[in-house]
Unconditional design. Sequence first.
Length: 107
Amino acid sequence: MGNNLEIKKLLGQRIKELRTGKGLTQEQLTEKLNIGQRTLSKIERGNAFVSAETLAKLLTALDIGIDELFNFGYLQEKEILKEELINAIRDEQVDIETLYRIYKALK
């Protein structure tokens, strides 16, 4: 994890994951954080950093510790797996129909 863009993206993904895991919409979370929905959207997309004040509110709203929020190392692993699957599909290394059936069965 080298640059700010990567950190913003990973943190944004983690915030979205935690929000949806708690069953909260963006609107519900923005009300708890007292920020605009556009701001939260930018944060979740990795286009903006969360302020220190909002970070503190976020931990309270999601009922998590700072360590849980910044536990996004596994997200990088997911990105690697996703890229590998995309490449396998693109290069026709997998049977797309079988892959689709597996996807639908897991969904």
